[in-house]
Design a protein around this ligand. Structure first.
Ligand code: SF4
Length: 323
């Protein structure tokens, strides 16, 4: 989140704004609605956007009520998502409630560290217990201790960056009222806002990880980079357009990679994307294919080669329970 303000000055964003007038596939236009026979069928945005399964069997499994079993990777993803949310909410709260002359974000966030990490852990306590049964206390505790180190790394990086950015803005504020206007402009960020877009075939609510200035949508992704990550910001843009009737032209995938050799998270693939018609059409085509599976509940079967399935949370269901 912290680097978003600087995007105002990037060439990409300026170009994106110039070109956005040509976008036709807006969520508030009926040409983005599903084919007539699919109207009324809905799927969670993440299931449509997550295009991991070449046979789209994950949609079939969802349609027949099979839940993806819990795994440490999924738990880790949830914990890291929650951590970002808690950090950003805490930054926004602090900025909104403190007068500029008293604002020392670095000090405040360092003081709040234990509380934030505790809150994140307690949010996912029930999943931790489920994993404990499957993985055993010792294995899980060793995985948890690596995760704690990753979370410390993210926390420390985000607060340093946020504090530096706020201090930079403070250094430019000539008086308090000017400073406050700066902050409102720069931190115009909503964390996990809710939207509804039933006619697009999306289950409610639709909750992007963050929305900046009501027109840039952001999604956090953890783990190896996948090109289909762009489907998620496309889906969110369409949903926000449907809900607000206002255009959303751009998005950011905040890709978080963590490597033991670095003391900061790696954001190598973070780019600022214009969500153009080509991205929208590609996503809408996949949405219709998936809604069709949801409607027919016909098993598309498993692929010939299990190689691509090994990383999938449904592996056991597809390859062990169907043999
Ligand atoms: S295990 Fe393979 S076939 Fe099953 S849902 Fe995952 S990717 Fe698809």
């Amino acid at each position: 989140m912290i680097f978003i303000p600087f995007l105002d000055q990037t060439t990409n964003q300026l170009e994106a704004i110039r070109e956005c007038a040509t976008i036709q596939y807006r969520g508030y236009q009926s040409l983005t609605y599903p084919q007539p026979e699919l109207i009324g069928i809905k799927l969670p945005v993440n299931l449509i956007a997550y295009n991991f399964c070449s046979n789209q069997r994950d949609v079939y499994l969802y349609a027949i009520g099979k839940k993806m079993p819990e795994s440490f990777d999924r738990y880790r993803g949830r914990m890291i998502h929650s951590l970002y949310q808690e950090i950003w909410n805490s930054i926004l709260k602090k900025i909104a409630s403190t007068s500029i002359s008293d604002l020392n974000l670095d000090k405040a966030l360092r003081k709040n560290r234990t509380n934030i990490l505790k809150k994140v852990r307690s949010k996912h306590k029930s999943i931790y217990r489920i994993l404990e049964e499957g993985l055993g206390e010792e294995n899980l505790s060793s995985l948890q201790s690596s995760l704690e180190k990753e979370m410390e790394k993210i926390y420390s990086y985000e607060i340093r960056l946020a504090a530096a950015l706020v201090d930079f803005e403070l250094s430019r504020a000539l008086n308090q009222s000017v400073g406050e206007a700066f902050f409102q402009r720069i931190f115009a960020l909503s964390i996990n806002p809710n939207f509804h877009a039933p006619k697009l075939g999306f289950s409610s609510p639709i909750t992007p990880d963050f929305v900046y200035k009501n027109n840039v949508v952001g999604d956090i992704k953890i783990g190896p980079w996948q090109d289909y990550y762009y489907h998620t910001i496309t889906a969110y843009a369409l949903a926000i357009e449907y809900h607000t009737r206002m255009p959303v032209n751009c998005g950011i995938v905040l890709h978080v990679n963590l490597d033991d050799s670095r003391h900061v998270p790696i954001h190598e693939n973070v780019t600022f994307e214009r969500i153009d018609d080509s991205m929208r059409k590609k996503f809408l085509m996949i949405r219709d294919q998936k809604l069709l599976i949801m409607l027919s509940k016909k098993d598309p079967g498993i692929p010939k080669d299990p190689d691509n399935c090994e990383e999938c949370g449904y592996y056991k269901i597809c390859w062990e329970q169907t043999q």
